[in-house]
Design a protein around this ligand. Structure first.
Ligand code: NAP
Length: 478
């Protein structure tokens, strides 16, 4: 059983309620976690509020040391964190070891570096004898709400910049995958953050709702579905809370006539099926020059069928389980819907006959833009192939959806690549490569894929307010 972390101490929920978290590889209960209710939310926000002024004034170089120490502790406990992440979310152990855990540590290190470099500017103003400068100040109490697909890394994408900028935080992981975040918060406590600076609430959607609605929360940083993101806009409206939203996607992948097809197949298999397609930037609709569409589809279907499906802790596995029974049913409903609408299921597309939530990747040919499988986020191992005849139609088709998180372009022609990159409305474009995040770059969406950006200098904007300070330097008062 894991507890809540509020004001520097671990405690059960005030109601005593808890919920189980399951291993998606076999459906068994791993452990239970405290389910935070409104009284716990109130206590956590109160603790963060109480700690806010002292933490904002905490010397920057000491904040940096704490963040750096978190990175060291993550590395010292890397294997335990990787195993927890894999067991709780179904992530392949190799991915947890080589991507999630090191990526989390590096994120803390990157923002440790920022602590001493967050600066204002002296701005020239039209008034004579006047000094004007800006200060970057913390926003205050930040509610950080994370999804189940990459729990550890996405927690770091929020915790590290929020704390570097001098905010206090309450983190709420997804109920399906809380365990690595609980362990991370234990390590943060061990690193020596003052009580109340970092607080943890585990629980379901009710916990998230109560946290987002709390009047003493200054900022909500949310990663999750577009649907819940929209509801948070309403929750934030009354108090005009600051809001960063990292939401859903349906990334187009364009395979031009001149693409190196074998490289495109290899890259798009990973782009579509990494973490069983449960990736917001996953390549999820494939526009292929009609002359090469059949060859591409056949090779994708053969490649997908050859991928070994199995539990995250089996080194031979390439595709792990989906996160839950509920999510598997949702993916399967999308696949059945596509068949019903007339898409041609070339391979896969059914539950694997074994315990746990395993699903064979589905490859579809003959998909058209009006089909739901080409428009809706499935967030699973599904590859819909759409043919195109004229490259001039690509921009409009890629931009036709409300999503705009990521896109991918496969071509040997740099001018094709960069012309498309400039015209596709998405927060990240990957040319001849798979989707990857990096702490030093930018992450976020256009349109219904979100508001604001995480990572790099953009995260500093997300977690600071800018204040202008004016001083009259001449004689007398102005
Ligand atoms: P979700 O259902 O929207 O949940 C995300 C988080 O919000 C969870 O912690 C959830 O708690 C909580 N929550 C649910 N309802 C809430 C409410 N009304 N108010 C406040 N919090 C609430 O998303 P998910 O299923 O976990 O994740 C998949 C989605 O995340 C996909 O759409 C994917 O594209 C998106 N995603 C986006 C990015 C990005 O960077 N843009 C990255 C990863 C994932 P419970 O889980 O406990 O219900």
């Amino acid at each position: 059983m894991s507890d809540l972390f509020i004001g520097g101490a671990w405690s059960p929920a005030a109601t005593g309620r808890s919920f189980p978290t399951l291993n998606p590889a076999d459906g068994t209960v791993i452990t239970t976690c405290a389910e935070a209710g409104p009284a716990d939310v109130d206590r956590a926000v109160g603790a963060a509020r109480e700690a806010a002024d002292a933490w904002a004034a905490h010397p920057e170089h000491l904040r940096a040391r704490l963040l750096w120490r978190v990175a060291d502790l993550i590395e010292a406990n890397a294997e335990e964190l990787a195993e927890l992440e894999s067991r709780d979310s179904g992530q392949l152990l190799g991915v947890a070891r080589e991507v999630s855990v090191p990526g989390t540590a590096e994120h803390f290190r990157y923002f440790a570096g920022w602590c001493t470099k967050i600066q204002g500017a002296v701005l020239p103003v039209a008034f004579p004898d006047t000094l004007h400068y800006t200060r970057r100040e913390p926003v205050g109490v930040c509610a950080l709400i994370t999804p189940w697909n990459f729990p550890l890394m996405i927690a770091a994408w929020k915790l590290a910049p929020a704390l570097a900028c001098g905010n206090t935080v309450i983190i709420k992981p997804a109920e399906q995958t809380p365990l690595s975040t609980v362990r991370l918060v234990e390590l943060m406590s061990e690193a020596g953050f003052p009580p109340g600076v970092v607080n943890l609430l585990t629980g379901g959607p009710g916990t998230g709702r109560a946290l987002a609605a709390h009047p003493a929360v200054d900022k909500i940083s949310f990663t999750g579905s577009t649907e819940v993101g929209r509801s948070l806009v309403s929750a934030a409206a009354g108090g005009l809370k600051r809001l960063t939203l990292e939401l859903g996607g349906k990334a187009p992948s364009i395979i031009a006539a001149d693409a190196d097809l074998d490289a495109a197949v290899a890259g798009n298999l990973t782009g579509a099926l990494f973490h069983s397609g449960q990736v917001c930037a996953a390549y999820a609709r494939f526009y292929v020059d009609r002359k090469r569409a059949d060859e591409f589809t056949e090779k994708m279907a053969a490649g997908a069928a050859a991928l070994r499906i199995g539990p995250g802790d089996d080194p031979a596995s390439w595709l792990g389980p989906l996160v839950s029974e509920e999510h598997l049913r949702s993916v399967d409903a999308h696949v059945r819907g596509a068949v019903y609408e007339g898409a041609d299921l070339v391979g896969g597309g059914r539950r694997v006959d074994r315990p746990g939530f395993f699903y064979e990747p589905a490859v579809f040919a003959g998909v058209t833009d009006d089909m739901a499988i080409a428009r809706e986020e499935v967030f699973g191992p599904v590859i819909p192939v759409l043919a195109y005849d004229d490259p001039d139609e690509l921009v409009a088709r890629a931009n036709a959806l409300e999503y705009g998180l990521a896109a991918s372009i496969w071509t040997r022609d740099l001018s094709t690549a960069h012309r498309l990159a400039a015209r596709i409305r998405a927060g990240a474009i990957f040319i001849n490569m798979i989707h990857v995040p990096d702490a030093a770059t930018t992450w976020g969406g256009y349109k219904a894929s979100g508001w604001g950006r995480e990572m790099g200098p953009y995260a500093i904007d997300a977690y600071t307010e800018v204040k202008g300070v004016w001083t009259h330097l001449g004689p007398g008062s102005r």
